[in-house]
Write a protein that binds this ligand. Structure first.
Ligand SMILES: Cc1cc2nc3c(=O)[nH]c(=O)nc-3n(C[C@H](O)[C@H](O)[C@H](O)COP(=O)(O)O)c2cc1C
Length: 204
């Protein structure tokens, strides 16, 4: 049966309270390998996904968070019941090397500082979006989680060299229905129709 992609996209929400179920190895392999079919600038293929299956989840939270958060954050117990974590990583070196190749060298993007838009992050976000939708489509749930704190410790746990930047972690599980809405959702933001601008007209 054809997937109703629009419905799937509109239905997907970040979930931050899981019931402790763990997706199978095969399902994780299917999600991650399929997600990596995302567009990639210059076909650089500079994104890697590191899968932490259920046995690694508590170790992940040990290094990715601190005890104050684990003991006091309202969402900590629900998030820590994730059944798997996928780290999305990319390496700027792969992109600068690719764009220094003969067919791309005229772009002048052979150095990191030359990139007006760092496509290694763009590629990682494309993969993550595909992963989130695949998870949703399978009846599972996920939350994209930033690693702006303790990033080095997470990289060490994942045995990644410093060349790999962690774009974010996808925490995966079955929703237990006890989600605490993100305070971000209380923000008043322009409705989607207002975020599409048509020419001729004023760009807001
Ligand atoms: C780049 C990025 C980083 C995010 N980081 C976090 C995070 O660290 N923790 C978290 O709970 N949610 C995080 N989110 C989820 C957003 O808060 C969420 O997508 C937003 O509030 C809209 O909610 P929805 O995705 O459920 O529609 C992140 C989302 C994106 C795109």
């Amino acid at each position: 049966m054809a997937v109703d992609l629009s419905a799937l996209i509109l239905q997907r929400r970040m979930v931050r309270s899981f019931d402790g179920s763990a997706p199978s190895h095969d399902l994780l392999a299917h999600w991650t390998q399929t997600a990596l079919s995302a567009p990639s600038a210059g076909n650089s293929a500079g994104v890697r996904l590191v899968v932490l299956e259920a046995d690694y989840v508590s170790k992940y939270f040990e290094v990715a968070t601190d005890s104050t958060w684990r003991d006091s954050a309202a969402r900590a117990p629900g998030l820590m019941r994730a059944g798997a974590v996928v780290l999305a990583c990319s390496s700027s070196e792969i992109y600068t090397e690719r764009y220094a190749e003969r067919d791309k060298s005229s772009s002048g993007l052979g150095e990191v500082d030359a990139w007006p838009v760092p496509y290694w992050h763009t590629d990682a976000s494309m993969v993550v979006m595909q992963l989130l939708l695949l998870i949703e489509d399978s009846g599972w749930a996920a939350c994209l989680w930033g690693n702006f704190r303790h990033g080095d410790a997470v990289r060490e746990l994942a045995q990644l060299s410093p060349a790999w930047q962690i774009f974010g972690s996808v925490l995966i599980g079955r929703a237990d229905g006890n989600d605490q809405r993100s305070s971000s959702l209380q923000r008043s933001v322009p409705v989607r129709s207002e975020r599409v601008m048509w020419l001729p007209g004023e760009v807001r």
